[in-house]
Design a protein around this ligand. Structure first.
Ligand code: NAP
Length: 256
């Protein structure tokens, strides 16, 4: 018996990284899984790698979470192919880092569009089904950068915005049997942080080592660390928790 037997989980940006790690965990625990990602081919390839429980399915769905029509079509496809929707993880993300004086309006709009508008659009499309069935779980992926991070005015604002959205949906949707929470990861070893290493002209292993050294638990995080927290918040064990943001960062946001 898995915690998510009979459930359908939709995870955005799940063709790789934290999203794929989370999709893997949901599948292991019995859920049918929809991997939503910009590139439909990559989403289907990732879905094919999941080992699902008997009677469960995994599909890949190409969609841009910042586009309302694309989001609505994705949710409808999930409902028709997987028979419903019970869990939504808003994980899709991009970075366009720069100091304020060099940050373009496009860099601002792109990042806000994917993280904040994307979470809004996906949650709005999913809540119709959640409210009807009086059951739903939304887990948004924020970041320790929400607390402020040099060179990330756009990303930091979007990720703190995600926390505000989470609190508000907790209040609005709670009466309908829907829990909304967020996970704020610290440094997680994925292509996103590898790209940051490249931008800083650092070797990937060296960048990870430096981040591990500076962290209270002396290691970097992995997608599995975030998947464990997301799955807990999406489970019925967490049904009295809503509107919260859980920092999963080895303690780095505590300061030293
Ligand atoms: P990642 O490896 O870069 O994966 C992000 C995925 O999102 C990619 O597959 C990407 O597709 C997809 N995506 C981008 N824009 C999209 C859109 N408009 N619609 C649908 N999918 C889209 O990133 P990650 O490190 O796993 O990060 C996942 C989440 O955790 C993000 O929200 C990130 O901000 C957050 N986070 C990460 C860290 C970290 O240290 N890694 C820390 C804190 C928070 P393409 O490749 O086609 O662009």
């Amino acid at each position: 018996m898995g915690r998510f037997d009979g459930r359908v989980a939709v995870i955005t940006g799940a063709a790789r990284g934290i999203g794929f790690g989370t999709a893997t965990r949901f599948a292991e625990e019995g859920a049918s899984v929809a991997i939503v990602d910009l590139d439909g081919g990559a989403a289907s390839e990732a879905a094919a790698k999941l080992s699902v429980a008997d009677g469960a399915k995994a599909i890949g769905v190409g969609a841009d979470v910042s586009d309302a029509a694309s989001v609505d079509a994705a949710i409808e496809r999930v409902v028709s192919e997987l028979g419903g929707i019970h869990i939504l993880v808003n994980n899709a993300g991009i970075t366009r880092d720069n100091l304020l004086f060099k940050m373009t309006e496009d860099d601002w709009d792109l990042v806000m569009g994917v993280h904040l508008k994307g979470a809004f659009l996906m949650s709005k499309a999913a809540q119709k089904h959640f409210v009807e069935q009086k059951y739903g779980k939304i887990v948004n992926i924020s970041s320790i950068s929400a607390l402020g991070n040099r060179g990330q005015a756009n990303y930091s604002a979007a990720k703190m915005g995600v926390q505000g959205l989470t609190r508000t949906l907790g209040i609005e949707l709670g009466p309908f049997g829907i829990n909304t929470n967020a996970v704020a990861p610290g440094f997680i070893a994925t292509e996103m942080t590898d790209a940051t290493a490249a931008r800083l002209k650092l070797d990937v292993d060296e960048f990870r080592r430096l981040n591990a050294e500076a962290n209270p638990v002396r290691r970097v995080g992995f997608p599995e660390d975030i998947a464990a927290a997301v799955c807990f918040l999406a489970s019925d064990e967490a049904s009295y928790i809503t509107g919260q943001t859980l920092y999963v960062d080895g303690g780095i946001s505590l300061g030293t």
